[in-house]
Design a protein around this ligand. Structure first.
Ligand code: LHQ
Length: 255
């Protein structure tokens, strides 16, 4: 059975981490299959991507059984987690982490590398790393700090405290919480809405936000000017303006 399953519904690609008996903990195989799935997501016909987990977990992070005595940890991180985190950031379309359940360690980092987090009310979030004497890797120190702010992120990531979905929502870690029974349908509806939006403008916004983290205002104003030039050349901009003039809903194509 595949450790990552890929599904497609219209313009939405769903990537399911699929080792439910181990709460979808990461193995070499899972990393390789996730990389292939993210490569598939580059298809311009895919306009929104959902990353989720099978069973009661999103992901419990690194499979501690498969880790052994470590070997060259940095090389392993570069060859696996880094590739997939960077693949998510470079996708010029929205990537939603649909956090169905337990989310810990590098699973938390992966969810935070996505553009949007939606949680089931059955989900909970655990730093994980500090529980076994490690630092937050796979972008954990980068994304969690940016999402929560330094004070809250540091306190949480050094405590290993379990955060409920409601607490994660109150903290701004997730933007929506959906009842477990309605989770799959709610995520599908939300992803379909995003997939029907002007994809290129969303992709450019994603890139601008990533760049803003390390830019001066002058640099960022210039990037916005360039990106807006690109956006004004899209079919979706023409359609958006036409629909506004005709007082109707826009039908965006993602081109
Ligand atoms: C697992 C795991 C798991 C294997 C649950 N592995 N089996 C680190 C190392 C170096 C380089 C690469 O990067 C990393 C990155 C990291 O991700 S480090 C952090 C790794 N993750 C953790 O330390 C989390 C460990 N897991 C837990 O603390 C708990 O299992 C959580 C809080 C996730 C869930 O707790 P429960 O809901 O109580 O579930 P459980 O503990 O009963 O787990 C269910 C099963 O899943 C169980 O197997 P079993 O055969 O006994 O039913 C666990 O052993 C297995 N499992 N996490 N990471």
């Amino acid at each position: 059975m595949a450790e990552v399953e890929v599904g497609r519904e219209g313009a939405v690609q769903t990537i399911t981490l699929n080792r439910p008996e181990k709460l979808n903990a990461f193995t070499q195989t899972l990393h390789g299959e996730l990389q292939a799935a993210l490569e598939q997501a580059r298809d311009p016909a895919v306009r929104a991507v959902v990353v989720t987990g099978a069973g009661r977990g999103f992901s419990a992070g690194q499979d501690l059984g498969a880790f052994g005595d470590g070997g060259d940890v940095a090389a392993m991180l570069r060859a696996t987690y880094h590739v997939n985190v960077l693949a998510i950031r470079s996708l010029e379309k929205p990537v939603i982490a649909a956090v169905n359940g337990v989310c810990a360690g590098a699973g938390l980092s992966l969810a935070c590398a996505c553009d949007i987090r939606v949680a089931s009310d059955a989900a909970f979030f655990v730093p994980g790393f500090v529980g076994i004497g490690l630092i937050p890797d796979s972008g954990g120190s980068y994304f969690v700090q940016r999402l929560l702010g330094t004070a809250r992120a540091f306190e949480w990531m050094t405590s290993n405290r379990r955060l409920t979905a409601a607490e994660a929502h109150a903290w701004g870690l997730v933007s929506r919480v959906i009842e477990a029974d309605a989770f799959a349908a709610g995520v599908a509806e939300y992803a379909a809405e995003l997939a029907a939006a002007p994809t290129r403008a969303i992709g450019l916004t994603k890139r601008l936000f990533d760049e803003a983290a390390s830019s001066t205002l002058e640099e960022q104003l210039e990037r916005e000017a360039e990106a807006q030039t690109e956006a004004t050349q899209t079919e979706d901009f023409r359609e958006g303006v036409a629909a506004f003039g005709e007082k109707r809903e826009a039908r965006f194509s993602g081109r």
